[in-house]
Design a protein around this ligand. Structure first.
Ligand SMILES: Nc1ncnc2c1ncn2[C@@H]1O[C@H](COP(=O)(O)OP(=O)(O)OP(=O)(O)O)[C@@H](O)[C@H]1O
Length: 216
């Protein structure tokens, strides 16, 4: 546990998780995530994606207390999950929706969704020609861009990004980090980026904290 804290947005207390028959990926773990960008760093297979899913409330077999922007996952699951953006559009749940409709679904209940920023990201990610196509017609990279544009335009207090550079072209990677940089200074907002790279190659994004796997 070595997350540094400004204002805690996410608090994890006594968190434990193991897949059936496997060693624990987290055991009695405590951490706070504050405003700005926190890196969730670890080698391939160390558990980054799993921990993002636990934090998103998508793996209910985890134990412990997770509190996000004042809402506890165990006692106020709807309020908790409304406060977090996490999605993997390449995973297949949105195949029959257009990219625009997928975005509308992902931003449901998000009063702070920034439609103007989303439009800028659609242009920056070269998504405009694809935005009214069904997701099944999009490449893996374009699907990931749809998810990233929705994530970065989200007004939810916590945004979880899993290997955000994956399958992106160089221009889109530039757009991604410019957006992350500008969001990093927003009060009441935290971005957790899972990556097997330390992000040293992104000098413009100053990290507020780093959580390193395996958790100790
Ligand atoms: N649904 C699952 N059921 C059982 N074991 C799983 C499942 N998903 C992942 N695992 C295992 O849990 C461990 C952590 O996987 P996870 O995908 O969270 O790691 P990661 O750090 O995100 O890896 P990568 O960098 O390759 O994405 C791995 O040993 C993986 O095989």
């Amino acid at each position: 546990m070595n997350a540094q804290t400004l204002l805690p947005i996410l608090q994890l207390q006594d968190l434990s998780f193991a897949y059936p028959g496997q060693p624990a990926l987290a055991s009695g773990w405590c951490a706070s995530v504050g405003e700005g960008v926190t890196l969730l760093y670890g080698d391939t297979g160390s558990g980054k994606s799993t921990l993002l899913r636990v934090i998103a409330g998508a793996l209910p077999s985890a134990s412990g207390t997770l509190t996000l922007a004042g809402a506890r996952l165990d006692t106020e699951p709807e309020a908790y999950t409304r406060n977090v953006f996490f999605c993997d559009p390449a995973a297949g749940a949105f195949e029959q929706l257009t990219a625009r409709a997928c975005t509308a679904t992902l931003s449901e209940g998000d009063a702070g969704f920034d439609a103007a920023l989303w439009q800028v990201l659609v242009e920056g990610f070269s998504l405009a020609p694809h935005i009214d196509k069904p997701m099944y017609m999009l490449s893996t990279g374009s699907k990931r861009k749809v998810g990233l544009a929705a994530a970065l335009a989200s007004g939810r207090p916590l945004v979880l990004l899993d290997e955000p550079e994956g399958a992106l072209d160089a221009r889109s990677i530039g757009c991604l980090w410019r957006a992350v940089e500008s969001l990093a200074g927003h009060a009441g907002r935290a971005i957790v980026i899972a990556s097997s790279a330390r992000l040293d190659h992104v000098p413009r994004v100053a990290l507020a904290g780093c959580i390193e796997l395996p958790l100790r």
